[in-house]
Design a protein around this ligand. Structure first.
Ligand code: NDP
Length: 234
């Protein structure tokens, strides 16, 4: 079964690993890119999720190329880490606007068609930061915690139509986002991970692939940690 899939932030990092997996499984996958590269072999559409018109335009383009979107994976995200005393309003609102409001824009645009499919899938990438909090990430952790409330509310709204909505909460994962941390910061986080290392993007993608699959038809509103055990007990 080939489905029309849209992965936001699918041009690199975790989103790209998800796109590659779903594409290898036979889906018609489109990825968004904003500033970064367009990956070879995948259908790419320009989209800044902070711009509502760009989100609508990207969906129009993907629908014309692949048909209405049946699987949405929201992976676009940014950090702007600062201690709260130095975090100005723009640092806070810009992260919320991309990570949380951006995801709202995407799922809102997708929802009408998803409801008609009877088997649609939404997978949202949150973070362990949503549950544990992280010093220097008041903005990011708030956005990622907000995604859990968004996902669970959406899960209830779409459940009567057979659409599932789930959250994947990765721990530290080896991408450009984690590369921005200092080696000391990375070592400190990895020191708290029972499995003793970062995740590979494909390990996060494997959980997303499962939640997006027909096999996960009775799972909705779940938070699936992919964190090497770091969040155990939260
Ligand atoms: P990367 O920095 O490697 O990739 C971020 C992706 O988000 C890029 O594709 C980027 O597009 C896209 N993006 C950022 N802002 C926008 C925007 N306004 N509109 C559209 N796309 C945008 O990060 P990761 O792959 O690591 O992160 C993916 C998701 O996983 C994020 O939501 C992140 O918060 C989450 N996460 C990551 C963890 C980690 O340790 N890496 C841990 C837990 C969660 P472009 O290239 O065009 O800029």
């Amino acid at each position: 079964m080939s489905r029309s899939v849209l992965v936001t932030g699918g041009n690199r990092g975790i989103g790209l690993a998800v796109a590659r997996r779903l594409s290898a499984g036979g889906d018609r996958v489109a990825v968004t890119y904003r500033s970064g590269p367009r990956p070879a072999g995948l259908y790419s559409v320009a989209c800044d999720v902070a711009d509502p018109h760009a989100v609508d335009g990207a969906f129009d383009e993907v629908e014309a190329a692949h048909g209405p979107v049946e699987v949405v994976v929201a992976s676009a995200g940014v950090t702007r880490d600062k201690l709260v005393v130095r975090m100005d309003e723009q640092d806070f609102t810009s992260v919320i606007d991309t990570n949380l409001t951006g995801t709202y824009r995407v799922v809102r645009r997708a929802a009408r068609h998803l409801m008609g499919t009877g088997r649609g899938r939404v997978v949202i990438i949150s973070s362990t930061a949503a549950l544990s909090g992280v010093s220097g990430q008041v903005n990011y952790a708030a956005s990622k915690a907000g995604l859990i409330g968004l996902a669970r509310s959406l899960a209830r709204e779409l459940a009567p139509r057979g659409v599932t909505v789930n959250v994947v909460a990765p721990g530290l994962t080896d991408t450009a986002m984690s590369a921005a941390l200092s080696p000391r910061q990375r070592d400190r986080i990895v020191g708290q991970v029972p499995l003793g290392r970062m995740a590979e993007p494909d390990e996060v993608a494997a959980a997303v692939e499962f939640l997006a699959s027909p096999a996960a038809s009775y799972i909705t509103g779940a938070i699936v940690p992919v964190d090497g055990g770091m969040g155990m007990g939260h």
